[in-house]
Design a protein. Structure first.
Lengths: 326, 320
């Protein structure tokens, strides 16, 4: 088993899928010669050429609309959105990609993957430091993936590219250089299958994206105090594997849901709602949400950290849920 | 009339009448509650029948909210279109799409109700054709309201910079719902915008059937030969209000009088009779035939079943 970075995992996934299917191509800003702002397409332009690894103008509305059109004509575009915060793409994503299958009565499929970084990188300012995955979750017709490590990133991206539905593939801005074990052999990770990243019996921590790593750090700290946390990573927000989460709830009876996105209307609210709808009697305390503050990201790096979620916040959340027994 | 052969000349007339009859037959149903909206293309029959005549079966056509003429010109059948407008399972989209989203994708025609989205979709199809080394073209029809949209500028620039086989056709009726072109647009002649994107442009009277056919033929030949985009601006008059719920109360009497002089069908009919391509009896027979087709289409729509009112049916087709 070798260790590679999250970015390298994305490169491998795209390279393998482009070798497998001539219809797969990449387009985005600075994906060619530059290999992408975070190296997510490094080496692909050299291998596949400028037609299939295509640098675009700064035209996010056209990039996304064109990806939809190309998909309708039989291609499998992977749109590299330099920053998912560059929002002009959202019209074509929501009004075309998410809806054409339904509006056409099932005639048209839009196998487009929109992938890119989302979130704070430290001092980039409010516009470049957002977490709005819940918008996509609340848009029927879209699949949403949010891998937390290189193994899941590669497997999920391969599945996304092979699938028939439009996928928003969200990568945290600080995740590209994190490392993990990834097999040499071909594999995929299915959508709609959560993963238990750490087994525990005292509390369930459901976390997404970059928060998974911070939850694992929190879990290691809590273990020294005799609290064993089970960390559940949904991996895909849509479709959501609620059953794996509920199995954990039945075991621990105490739940913390953690994410970077602002608390109000964040994806955590959906998980909490489903848990209490489906397994209310298994809960020994109200579910605790540990989430970002409801503010556009302040520029000051330390203040921005205060608005986000780190190990300390998750530890505090676990203590709160264990004390909140009813 | 030298420009086209009799077969095409007759096809154009039949298509114009088909479009007119479909719109006139279906529109009244949308002016009472119970259906969605209907954006009639009455007045656009010349340019829209010409679009169908110049495109091959394998070419792609994108349209806007004002879609029915484009759907018919690409070969969709009135009865399944009506069934879709009526929201029935027998409709092309099983009642899921409605007036602005009817498609038979095997005929490669698709409208979109959000202004500008059709333009970037067409650009994308052009990109696919190029990557597939195909010989097809994509034609997208939109109104004058779309030319101030970001997606218009992005789509035209991308098609031009990347040399994509796309024909951009603006059906210019001078009105975006209630807003007049002259109050909203920085150029007087819309075709000037083509130069900004390094593409050739044609200005044509979109109510003149033959002129429309000639202009579109030239544009499509240029695009096919050079695999690069073209821009056609066809002047038309919007015959009714913007949609089934809009009566055009903002139009002046002078504007309304102007509109009524630009019905494309009578002059073309007179031309065909004068050139002895069709007799008066032929013309009357075609008109009667199309009216009958629409009566049957609406009957089919009325008698067709609606989707079952279950939750399963309500969520069907959300995901592939």
């Amino acid at each position: 088993m070798r260790t590679i970075t999250f970015a390298q995992a994305l490169v491998e996934a795209q390279r393998e899928e482009m070798e497998r299917n001539e219809g797969v191509f990449i387009m985005g800003e600075d994906v060619g010669y530059s290999g992408g702002t975070f190296g997510a397409t490094l080496g692909l332009w050299e291998k596949f050429g400028p037609e299939r690894v295509r640098d675009t103008p700064i035209s996010e509305a056209a990039i996304m609309g064109a990806a939809v059109g190309a998909a309708m004509a039989g291609m499998h575009p992977v749109v590299d959105m330099q920053y998912l915060e560059f929002l002009p793409y959202i019209d074509a994503l929501v009004n075309l990609a998410a809806k054409l299958h339904l509006m056409s009565g099932g005639q048209i499929c839009i196998p487009v993957v929109l992938r890119g970084p989302l979130g704070a990188k430290g001092g980039n300012g409010a516009q470049h430091s957002q977490y709005f995955e819940s918008w996509f979750v609340n848009t029927p017709g879209l699949y949403v993936a949010m891998p937390s490590n290189p193994y899941d990133a590669k497997g999920l991206l391969k599945s996304a590219i092979r699938g028939k539905n439009p996928v928003v593939f969200i990568e945290d801005k600080t995740i590209y250089f994190t490392q993990g074990d990834v097999p040499e052999e071909e594999y995929t990770v299915p959508f709609g299958q959560a993963d238990i990243k750490r087994i525990g019996k005292d509390v369930t921590i459901v976390a997404t994206g970059i928060t998974v790593g911070r939850a694992l750090k929190a879990a290691r700290f809590l273990s020294k105090e005799g609290v064993e946390a089970e960390v559940v990573d949904p991996r895909t927000l849509v479709p959501l594997d609620i059953e794996t989460i509920l199995q954990s709830v039945r075991k621990t009876h105490h739940v913390v849901v953690a994410h970077q996105a602002p608390k109000t209307g964040g994806f955590g609210a959906e998980i909490v709602a489903q848990i209490q709808e489906l397994e209310f009697d298994e809960l020994d305390a109200p579910v605790v949400r540990v989430a970002g503050l409801d503010v556009p990201a302040p520029y000051n790096v330390e203040l921005e950290k205060k608005a986000n979620v780190y190990e300390e916040d998750i530890i505090a959340g676990v203590r709160q849920v264990l004390e909140g027994a009813h | 009339m030298d420009a086209i052969n009799n077969e095409i000349a007759i096809w154009l007339y039949r298509k114009m009448v088909e479009i007119r009859c479909f719109e006139e037959a279906t529109l009244p149903y949308f002016q009472k509650p119970g259906h969605g909206s209907h954006h009639p293309c009455i007045g656009n029959e010349a340019i829209e029948s010409a679009i169908g005549a110049v495109l091959r079966t394998e070419d792609y056509l994108f349209s806007s909210h004002r879609s029915h003429g484009h759907l018919l010109t690409k070969g969709l059948e009135p009865k399944y279109m009506a069934a879709e407008l009526w929201g029935k399972v027998t409709g092309y989209c099983h009642g899921r799409g409605g007036s602005m989203h009817v498609t038979d994708w095997s005929k490669r025609v698709m409208p979109s109700g959000i202004v500008g989205t059709n333009i970037t979709m067409a650009t994308g199809v052009g990109l696919a054709i190029k990557l597939q080394h195909g010989t097809e073209v994509a034609l997208v029809a939109f109104g004058d309201g779309a030319v101030n949209c970001g997606a218009f500028h992005e789509g035209l620039n991308m098609a031009s910079a990347w040399h994509l086989p796309v024909i951009f056709v603006c059906e210019n009726n001078g009105l975006a719902v209630s807003t007049h072109l002259k109050d909203s647009t920085s150029v007087k002649r819309l075709s000037e915008r083509a130069a900004a994107y390094s593409m050739p442009a044609w200005d044509v009277d979109g109510t003149d059937t033959i002129a429309s056919y000639v202009a579109l033929s030239e544009a499509i030949e240029y695009t096919r030969k050079n695999s690069s985009p073209t821009f056609v601006v066809a002047s038309v008059k919007r015959w009714k209000g913007h949609s089934s719920w809009d009566k055009g109360s903002y139009l002046t009497e002078a504007e309304i009088a102007e509109i009524s002089e630009k019905d494309p069908i009578p002059p073309y009919r007179r031309l065909l009779i004068k050139e002895k391509i069709l007799s008066r009896e032929d013309v009357e027979a075609i008109d009667a035939e199309m009216e009958k087709v629409m009566v049957e289409a609406i009957q089919f729509a009325e008698e067709s079943p609606a989707p079952a009112l279950t939750k399963d049916e309500a969520v069907r087709y959300a995901y592939a």
